[in-house]
Design a protein around this ligand. Structure first.
Ligand SMILES: Cc1cc2nc3c(=O)[nH]c(=O)nc-3n(C[C@H](O)[C@H](O)[C@H](O)COP(=O)(O)OP(=O)(O)OC[C@H]3O[C@@H](n4cnc5c(N)ncnc54)[C@H](O)[C@@H]3O)c2cc1C
Length: 427
């Protein structure tokens, strides 16, 4: 089945796709980055800007993975509330991670503005919606927890949510004024171009096929060449292969799917998300949506666990949209696509150090646009050898395979569902 990104609305929009050539011959560098999504590109950019030699290898082209085909939402924070993070990690490490993760959108916006990346960045805020009456208490608790940490989050009763969404299906919610959106493929390409301009060397169509320790260095081979590096970052997220033993089995590569309309007619454009906030719903299977800078509704959620390219494959997501805005039923969809997000059993991103000079980063659980950007900035001084991995804002964790992973998707989904149930019971 075709796993390419070419069905996404963003690829359809591209007039002149940039191209990075493949690695050929033997090279040497200080840092090798494997995986050209936002994590890898942001890391390479920040390394190059600091004057550290860096070569990035991407199996396809930069932005090919989740980074270039996601919902484009910039949502601050993690899947847990700040107090839960502090309770989990202790006051010092917890506060550090909270300060880092909840400023990730600000960091992303600052970077985009500094580099002048043309990617339709807007900071109109994120809405978190209670989709069922049973979810109100949990969503309210999150809002109160964030507000208690001085964050700009405002509770909205059903009427307030109806005003901001153009339908009356929600039982309440909150607005986080720090959120926003962007066009993710142009953002990824913008990062890649800025990294190249700063001195990073990026190779497309260059899958790392082997990674081996050779004395004090690492040797990476691709079909056309080889690379020797002092330190290596592997950031393949939901597309991780067997390059680092155990990495692929440490996450569940869940497909997240999206549908996009053609530009909405004027009346619908004014009705649906009139303030151009982005929104994600409460619930085990999250639905998220926004109206992009071209006035197209982009709506996503959980679809089939296989690549999709046609709107007919995503009927449950379409039906959800028609329930919210029945007028959409007569419009049809311009594009349907999906991609792999990396889900972890604790629903936190994972930073591992499986060997000296080797880091892996991933597992954003479907919310990596801003976090991966910020992680890249944080990882760069560590890979440059200036700080220890233990000093990073995200604690190191052991690389552990998920139980039942071999039975993906059924067994792994059962494990994820069980861990979610446990999380909701312990709230
Ligand atoms: C449909 C969809 C909607 C989403 N919506 C949102 C959203 O609205 N907001 C949000 O914050 N997040 C969202 N996400 C999640 C977000 O896109 C990811 O968390 C983020 O892009 C992860 O970036 P990454 O760089 O870690 O991984 P990726 O972008 O997946 O990049 C990994 C790269 O590694 C490459 N690779 C794999 N193996 C090798 C190898 N051996 N050698 C070289 N390269 C290799 C792959 O080709 C791939 O390009 C969504 C994801 C999807 C799929």
């Amino acid at each position: 089945m075709d796993e390419t990104a070419r069905h996404s609305i963003y690829v359809q929009d591209l007039k002149d796709p940039p191209h990075w050539p493949a690695l050929s011959g033997a090279r040497r560098t200080t840092v090798a980055v494997i995986g050209g999504g936002i994590t890898g590109l942001s890391t390479a950019l920040h390394l190059a800007e600091a004057g550290t030699g860096v070569v990035l290898l991407e199996a396809h082209q930069p932005g090919w993975g989740a980074s270039g085909r996601n919902g484009g939402q910039l949502n601050p924070g993690l899947k847990y509330d700040p107090s839960q993070m502090i309770a989990k990690l202790g006051p010092e490490a917890g506060q550090r991670l909270v300060a880092f993760a909840w400023s990730s959108v600000q960091q992303t916006a600052h970077l985009i503005n500094r580099l002048g990346i043309d990617c339709d960045l807007r900071l109109n805020g994120t809405l978190r919606a209670a989709a069922r009456s049973a979810d109100v208490a949990g969503v309210r608790a999150s809002q109160q927890d964030m507000a208690g940490h001085g964050m700009p989050v405002e509770w909205l009763e059903p009427a307030g949510m109806a005003r901001l969404t153009g339908h009356d299906h929600y039982h309440g919610g909150f607005l986080d004024r720090r959120g926003g959106d962007l066009e993710p493929l142009r953002y990824s390409h913008g990062l890649a171009k800025a990294a190249t301009a700063a001195g990073a060397v990026i190779f497309g169509d260059s899958r790392a096929q082997s990674l081996t320790r050779e004395g004090a260095h690492w040797r990476i081979t691709t079909a056309g060449g080889s690379l020797i590096a002092d330190r290596v970052l592997v950031c393949c997220n939901g597309y991780a292969d067997g390059l680092v033993p155990g990495l692929k089995k440490s996450v569940v590569p869940v497909f997240s799917s999206a549908l996009a309309t053609a530009p909405l007619p004027a009346a619908l454009s004014e009705k649906i998300m009139p303030g151009r906030h982005v929104l994600y719903e409460s619930g085990l299977v999250t639905v998220y949506y926004r109206v992009d800078a071209m006035n197209r509704l982009i709506l996503g959620g959980r679809g089939p666990m296989r690549p999709v390219s046609r709107p007919s494959a995503l009927r449950p997501i379409a039906r959800h949209a028609y329930r919210l805005w029945p007028e959409l039923a007569s419009m049809g969809w311009q594009a349907a696509w999906n991609g792999r997000v990396a889900v972890t059993t604790d629903h936190l991103p994972h930073l591992h150090q499986p060997a000296e000079g080797l880091l892996t980063m991933g597992g954003y659980n479907g919310r990596g646009v801003a976090l991966a950007t910020a992680m890249g900035r944080a990882l760069a001084p560590c890979l440059a050898g200036e700080i220890e991995a233990a000093d990073l804002p995200l604690p190191l964790s052991p690389l552990q395979p998920i139980r039942f992973h071999s039975f993906w998707p059924v067994g792994a989904h059962a494990t994820i569902a069980w861990s979610r149930l446990k999380a909701s019971l312990s709230r």
